[in-house]
Ligand binder design. Structure first.
Ligand SMILES: Cc1cc2nc3c(=O)[nH]c(=O)nc-3n(C[C@H](O)[C@H](O)[C@H](O)COP(=O)(O)OP(=O)(O)OC[C@H]3O[C@@H](n4cnc5c(N)ncnc54)[C@H](O)[C@@H]3O)c2cc1C
Ligand code: SF4
Length: 338
């Protein structure tokens, strides 16, 4: 274990001041990802700035009918929040499909966005990994890549973003609010996470001296016709092979509005607007859903062990849209398990 300093931030400005003063420092919220990475020697912060007591723990209604979720709202509290259950049940389903009850009690909204990939080479200091050590190479491209990406990959990295919650946030068109030395700014959810390109060490467009303060949901919640479908090796406590957030607004059997985002297939939650356009104005049936899946996956590329994910994703999209259209979300129940 390396030596590190520990300080506690008094307020958001103090947190920004502290992180700006020490580029090797890291914020700690729930610690469920960062502490694991420190134990494995993957992350070696000079200082932990504890933000867990900052007053960012509320869920508030916004003037335009949406919700503003503080960055420190625990995943469990968010999933079981009555306004989330009523208006954004797809988000509750996605959160409850992730991790375990104990982890969700600790994990924060901001930390969930910033959790790092589960690529096993990223955790293994004995192997090259461009994300951990830029320029060292990518062990997954020619190695064991069953869990890896099929969309948006680069020659530098084929890792996936592991979050479930973020897939629903992408589909719901959320906005991430951050604060830094230059003041607050808002980042559209689709611009928050990055593709690996030639800099896979950067997961997001958050600057090193910025803190996430909140996530905002617009009014439209798709509460009637939605599904979060997570396909994984075990039914609980496992990361996704493929996940789908599907949401529809129907007029009779015609699709008025559609949202479709995939998890565990790319370096970021994958939302393809042309696939949603393929759904809009069409009849809600299997051939429409299959066409949308084909559009979404047209540039998908498999590697030695994960080519099966392309067909898996296609079938998962059709199933998720079918369930959403039928109003039968069939995912994790929102029953209280704490
Ligand atoms: C065994 C296990 C299984 C899991 N399974 C799943 C799963 O199936 N699905 C899923 O989605 N997740 C899963 N997770 C991941 C879990 O959801 C994340 O670890 C958790 O959401 C991270 O939140 P945290 O508050 O603990 O973050 P921390 O560990 O405290 O921080 C994570 C990172 O975010 C940064 N950070 C935290 N808050 C902020 C902020 N406000 N502003 C700027 N930076 C910040 C930290 O500096 C750190 O780099 C699993 C985790 C474990 C350990
Ligand atoms: S896929 Fe990315 S995280 Fe995994 S070994 Fe390659 S560079 Fe590292």
């Amino acid at each position: 274990m390396i030596n590190f300093q520990y300080t506690r931030a008094g307020d958001v400005s103090d947190a920004v001041r502290q992180i700006a003063a020490d580029p090797a420092a890291k914020f700690i919220a729930g610690g469920t990802n960062l502490i694991d990475l420190m134990k494995e020697d993957v992350e070696r912060p000079s200082r932990l700035i504890d933000i867990s007591r900052l007053p960012l723990k509320t869920v508030e209604e916004t003037a335009d009918g949406g919700l503003r979720i503080g960055a420190l709202v625990p995943n469990s509290d968010l999933a079981y929040h009555p306004l989330i259950g009523q208006r954004y049940p797809m988000l509750a389903s996605a959160i409850l499909a992730g991790a375990s009850a104990q982890l969700r009690n600790m994990a924060s909204t901001g930390g969930n966005l910033l959790q790092r990939t589960r690529c096993s080479y990223f955790y293994d200091l004995a192997t090259p990994c461009n994300k951990r050590e830029p320029g060292s190479g990518c062990s997954a491209i020619t190695g064991l890549n069953r869990m890896h990406a099929i969309l948006g990959t680069s020659e530098a990295c084929i890792a996936t973003h592991p979050s479930d919650m973020c897939v629903a946030l992408a589909a719901l068109d959320a906005t991430v609010h951050v604060a830094g030395p230059a003041g607050p700014r808002a980042i559209a959810f689709s611009d928050f996470h990055r593709l690996p390109e030639n800099a896979p060490q950067r997961d997001t467009n958050l600057q090193a001296n910025e803190i996430v303060t909140a996530v905002e949901l617009p009014a439209r919640g798709f509460a009637a016709n939605y599904t979060y479908l997570k396909i994984r090796d075990r039914l609980s406590y496992a990361f996704a092979l493929v996940s789908v957030a599907a949401a529809l607004e129907l007029e009779g059997n015609t699709i008025k509005e559609a949202r479709l985002a995939l998890g565990a297939v790319a370096h970021k939650p994958w939302r393809e607007l042309s696939a949603e356009a393929e759904l809009r104005g069409q009849a809600a049936n299997q051939s429409t859903f299959t066409r949308a899946a084909d559009v979404l996956l047209r540039d998908a590329k498999g590697f030695e062990h994960n080519a099966f994910k392309i067909d898996l994703a296609r079938r998962a999209i059709v199933r998720a849209l079918t369930q959403a259209a039928a109003g039968t979300p069939q995912s994790q129940s929102n029953k209280k398990i704490r």
